[in-house]
Design a protein around this ligand. Structure first.
Ligand SMILES: NC(=O)c1ccc[n+]([C@@H]2O[C@H](COP(=O)([O-])OP(=O)(O)OC[C@H]3O[C@@H](n4cnc5c(N)ncnc54)[C@H](O)[C@@H]3O)[C@@H](O)[C@H]2O)c1
Length: 263
């Protein structure tokens, strides 16, 4: 279905890099960009099967795309991916960082190794990838960066403290990136979705997909339904579009009013 907000030409001539582009939210975002006329997409992910699936899905929509197996936990792998995409195209206009890892656990029980794993993917890779892209965007004097953060950064989150802390780093980085790169006409913003109807859910609470857990989540959301990837994608497109030229350094909740509900 054609997006009613963005025309088929909204992003024509623009190229998009998306980390975690093979994931549930990443692929939905990529597909929405295709409907809005994006020229080319580079998918960066370390899950080969999902990467193939995502690339094929985009091809079926006649989207020119390259899939690059990238281990975002390794700086050399990130650098190699960026070198590869700039051999393919002179300009990449938009970066969306959607790769993410969730390892739950209360702070008392949390393992230091798990803490490190989360920080490396959810925070360090966002920094390294954004910096490499920003270096190129600065040369062109324009660029848009949208990070997928998490609404868990806005409250105490029992059982998700390390995850929330790793995502809180992204919120802060967003502001510094916005200030350091804003003078080069690069806008950097973060969206913070609440728990979303994806396979990510099963990591949050074991076999979470049963109704009881869903009901518990819904009660916390003023709109009384769970967030879908299709609710997230249009906001990413808006922030990457000309319409958001003066939005920079924003950390935007997509949580259906969850903060307002007292339970
Ligand atoms: N699903 C949710 O409930 C939810 C809620 C709020 C925020 N988020 C955030 O949204 C983003 C996307 O989540 P999703 O639901 O699509 O999850 P997902 O697991 O479907 O997608 C995440 C992607 O990141 C990739 N990835 C993980 N480690 C990697 C590595 N070392 N190198 C390269 N790629 C790697 C995975 O292969 C996967 O394709 C994540 O940053 C997540 O933290 C998710």
């Amino acid at each position: 279905m054609q997006n009613k907000i963005f025309s088929k030409e909204a992003f024509s001539g623009k190229n998009l890099v998306i980390s975690g582009g093979a994931g549930d939210i990443g692929l939905e975002v990529a597909m929405e960009f295709v409907k809005a006329g994006i020229n080319k997409i580079a998918l960066l992910d370390n899950n080969t099967d999902q990467l193939n699936f995502a690339s094929d899905a985009l091809k079926k929509m006649s989207c020119d795309n390259i899939k690059i197996e990238t281990d975002l936990s390794k700086e050399a792998s990130i650098k190699a991916a960026i070198e590869k995409i700039y051999k393919e195209e002179k300009h990449w206009d938009i970066l969306v960082t959607s790769a993410g890892l969730y390892i739950g656990g209360t702070l008392i029980d949390y393992q230091a190794d798990d803490w490190d794993k989360l920080m490396v993917i959810n925070a360090r890779s966002v920094f390294l990838l954004s910096r490499l892209m920003a270096e190129q965007m600065i040369k062109r004097g324009q660029g848009k960066i949208v990070h997928i953060g998490s609404s868990s950064t806005h409250y105490g989150t029992p059982g998700s403290g390390a995850y929330a802390a790793s995502k809180a780093i992204v919120n802060q980085l967003t502001q510094t990136m916005a200030v350091e790169w804003g003078p080069h006409n690069i806008q950097v913003n973060t969206i913070c979705p609440t728990v979303t109807e994806t396979k990510f859910l099963k990591f949050v609470e074991g076999d979470a997909l049963h109704e009881k857990f869903r009901e518990k989540l819904k009660r916390k959301i003023a709109l009384n339904r769970l967030l879908m990837p299709s609710d997230i994608a249009p906001t990413v497109l808006f922030l990457a579009s000309e319409a958001a030229q003066f939005i920079n350094g924003a950390v935007i909740p997509i949580d259906g009013g969850a903060k307002l509900v007292s339970t």
